[in-house]
Structures are given as structure tokens and as C-alpha cells.
Design a protein around this ligand. Structure first.
Ligand code: OAD
Length: 246
């Protein structure tokens, strides 16, 4: 059976995926930066990705936070400011609607933009944190984002502030990981949207899925475990087509 659909074939592929969703008692969605590019947030490794000219391990790492706070601060300031006028696109709203209608159970996301919440999704596991929140690196108390942007120190312990995101060299938040892992291990269908699946440990999730796995991405991915269906196109357009079929 044909598994990869692109261009005009997306209409047909979306019907098949829509049928899979209708038959699935529990569907989970896993999103990455490609989910947000149509809201004008660049991805990392795509054609115009943020990291085409930058080594993420050096900039967005806990080592850099300690060794070169100014560079760390500049990088995150640029990313935070870029989000100021950003809004969810129709694809985010479609996923929120799927949750309200009981068609999907939850969204596990690598994105730190908060756009799924903004679109009205409630069951969202932010595996890499949220860039619109700031915390103290030492005592972990919440701080205002403005304090971080203005390079203020923690009001409680005086240490440096940072965005509430996972940095290279750090573990993922255990609570979010466990909730996502439980849903994914038990779901009938996992729909992976807009991620290169290059980053550990989230890229292990499709392998853990008990049920079928689907890909919506603008480039084909080769991945250890075969996808049951691949819709190769832009997330917003594919989700629009999918929403006509469920
Ligand atoms: P990547 O930039 O690695 O991958 C994004 C994928 O989405 C690529 O395959 C793009 O081709 C695809 N894509 C881009 N725009 C799309 C669109 N409109 N529709 C469909 N697909 C599209 O981003 P992630 O896999 O999310 O973590 O990256 C994972 C993690 O890498 C990030 O969360 C970040 C980074 O390290 C941390 O900073 C901890």
C-alpha cells in the first residue's frame, strides 16, 4: 500500500490518515519547530533554520550560560523578541479543535513558543520548556521576563536569570516527559508534525509508540522505525486538509 503522499496526493493521504484517526481510540500528536514556521518562527535545521550558521551546542547550552552569559543572553533575547507579535496559525487552532472534540488526547511538543496553549490546546506537554517564562538558575523561582531581558538578578537569591527552557547539557522536565511517555506508549496513533527527529531524547518517542505512526513534514525523513503513512507538505495546509476528513 502506498505510504507517502505529497503535492496533489495530499488530499488522498489526508483521507487515509483521517480514517486512521477515526478508528483510533487514542491519538497523540508530537510537534517540533516545523509546526511554528508558518507563524514566522524559524526552525533550527530546516532550509532557513536558525542553526544553519551556528552551533547550538555552543550557544544554547548550560556551559555557555556559565561561561559566556552575555552571548547566551543575546541569543535568547533575540529569540524572545522575535515572538512578540507571533500568533498561532490555523494548524494550531485545528489541533486545539481536535482536542476539544476528543479526536486527539494530547500534544507533546518540543516547541518553547507556547503557541499550542495560545490556540486553546489544554493537554500540552512542553518537553523543552517555555521561552516566555523566566526562572532563576539557582533557586528556580519564577522571575519576570523583563527582569531577564534587562539582565536583572533573582530577587530572592541574587543569582542569574534564564528562560525556562531546557538547554543542551540538561535533562528534560521529568513530569512532562512521564506524562508524554505514558500517552505515547498507550496510544493507537502517534502523529509526528514538523520535526527533524534529530534531538534526543524526544526522537525516541516514535519508537516507543505501541500503535501506528504518521508523519506530517515538509521533507521526508528516514527514521529507524518505518512510518505507517507520510504526508509530505506544509503543516498548516496538511492539517487543513485533515480537518475536512475527521
Ligand atoms: P528542526 O529544525 O530540527 O526540524 C524541523 C523540521 O520541520 C524540518 O524537517 C523541517 O523541514 C520541517 N518543517 C519546517 N517548516 C515546516 C512546515 N511549515 N511544515 C512542515 N514541516 C516543516 O526542529 P525540531 O525537530 O523541533 O531544542 O528541533 C528539535 C530541537 O532542536 C528543538 O526543540 C531545540 C533544538 O535543539 C532545544 O533547544 C533543547
Amino acid at each position: 500500500m502506498k505510504k507517502l503522499f505529497q503535492g496533489e496526493e495530499i488530499v488522498h493521504g489526508a483521507k487515509i490518515l483521517g480514517d486512521m484517526m477515526k478508528k483510533s481510540a487514542s491519538t497523540v500528536v508530537l510537534t517540533g519547530a516545523g509546526m511554528d514556521t508558518e507563524s514566522n518562527i524559524p526552525d533550527f535545521r530546516g532550509k532557513n533554520g536558525l542553526w544553519r550558521n551556528m552551533n547550538p551546542m555552543l550557544v544554547a547550552s548550560i556551559d555557555n550560560f556559565y561561561n559566556n552569559y552575555d552571548e547566551f543572553h543575546d541569543y535568547y533575547t533575540t529569540r524572545i523578541k522575535r515572538l512578540e507579535d507571533v500568533k498561532p496559525h490555523e494548524g494550531h487552532y485545528i489541533l486545539a479543535d481536535f482536542e476539544k472534540r476528543g479526536i486527539i488526547k494530547s500534544i507533546a511538543t518540543q516547541n518553547v513558543s507556547g503557541l499550542h496553549h495560545m490556540a486553546g490546546s489544554n493537554s500540552v506537554y512542553e518537553l523543552h520548556g517555555n521561552i516566555k517564562r523566566a526562572v532563576c538558575n539557582s533557586c528556580r523561582r519564577e522571575a519576570s521576563l523583563d527582569d531577564f531581558l534587562n539582565k536583572q538578578k533573582c530577587q530572592h537569591c541574587g543569582d542569574l536569570l534564564r528562560p525556562a527552557v531546557v538547554l543542551f547539557g540538561e535533562a528534560l522536565p521529568r513530569d512532562m516527559w512521564s506524562l508524554a511517555e505514558k500517552d505515547i506508549k498507550n496510544c493507537d496513533l502517534l502523529i509526528v508534525i514538523g520535526t527533524s527527529l534529530e534531538v534526543y531524547p524526544v526522537n525516541q518517542f516514535p519508537r516507543m509508540a505501541r500503535g501506528r505512526i504518521a508523519l506530517i513534514n515538509n521533507e521526508d525523513l528516514s527514521y529507524g522505525r518505518e512510518f505507517d503513512i507520510k504526508l509530505i507538505g506544509r503543516a498548516k495546509e496538511v492539517l487543513q486538509e485533515l480537518s475536512r476528513n475527521v
